[in-house]
Design a protein around this ligand. Structure first.
Ligand code: 13P
Length: 226
């Protein structure tokens, strides 16, 4: 199973160091993969027993891109995994730019967790699959380091995850489009994680709020890893 934690704009350099130190003391069966996306200011250079990923990057090696982080900066921390397409970034990034980021990440062999998800209006209009297909149409669905994370916008940070049946239907649909591993994200917590991981084609979870405290994240991993 994949247990990914997106810390978003939470944790500082000092608090993430403590977070990582605790996670580093854990050992788990190699069937599981743990990925953590800290804020980039908190990236660590030390050896880690989990994958450290980047929440964001600019599709350049380096250059005149004020305020951005390029590949050279990720390389310095040994980062080989990136998040692309999160709904909280899609507010600032259009499809062309997202494609540019994906193509760049693919060119340089990064593992990509590509997030997609519909809003509540689209869901109510029964247009979910059509919408998700469009979000995926510009990227290479055969890329061997692609992981797709289904994160319906209405479930992110709401405390209420999507309906299990809806998740199952979407994961089935995604599996018909791509053989990439599939994650679910959106209010995953200790009460719903086991049922979510049990869904057909679910290879793991992308957790926000419930992974902010390291003891909570560790409990979710320990109780649910195979
Ligand atoms: P929450 O778990 O807080 O809903 O966040 C999910 C998410 O956006 C992970 O990328």
């Amino acid at each position: 199973m994949i247990f990914a934690a997106n810390l978003k704009c939470n944790h500082t350099r000092s608090t993430f160091k403590l977070y990582a130190d605790q996670l580093n003391r854990l050992s788990w069966d190699k069937n599981n993969e743990i990925i953590v996306f800290p804020p980039s200011i908190a990236f660590l250079e030390q050896d880690l027993n989990f994958t450290q990923g980047a929440q964001n990057f600019y599709p350049c090696i380096n250059g005149a891109y004020t305020g951005e982080i390029g590949k050279e900066h990720l390389d310095e921390f040994g980062i080989k995994c990136v998040l692309i397409g999160h709904s909280e970034r899609r507010k600032f990034e259009n499809n062309d730019f997202i494609k540019e980021k994906f193509d760049f990440a693919k060119k340089y062999g990064f593992k990509v967790i590509f997030c997609i998800g519909e809003d509540i209006k689209t869901k109510k209009e029964n247009k979910t699959n059509e919408f998700l297909r469009k979000q995926l149409e510009n990227i290479d669905l055969k890329y061997d380091k692609l992981i797709i994370a289904y994160e319906p916008i209405y479930s992110i940070g709401s405390g209420i995850s999507a309906d299990l049946k809806d998740i199952e239907n979407v994961l089935n649909f995604l599996n018909s489009l791509s053989k990439a591993k599939l994650l679910y994200g959106g209010s995953v917590n200790e009460n719903n994680i086991a049922q979510i991981l049990n869904i057909n084609h679910c290879d793991g979870v992308l957790i926000g709020t419930a992974a902010l405290k390291i003891e909570n994240f560790i409990k979710l991993i320990k109780d649910n890893s195979c």
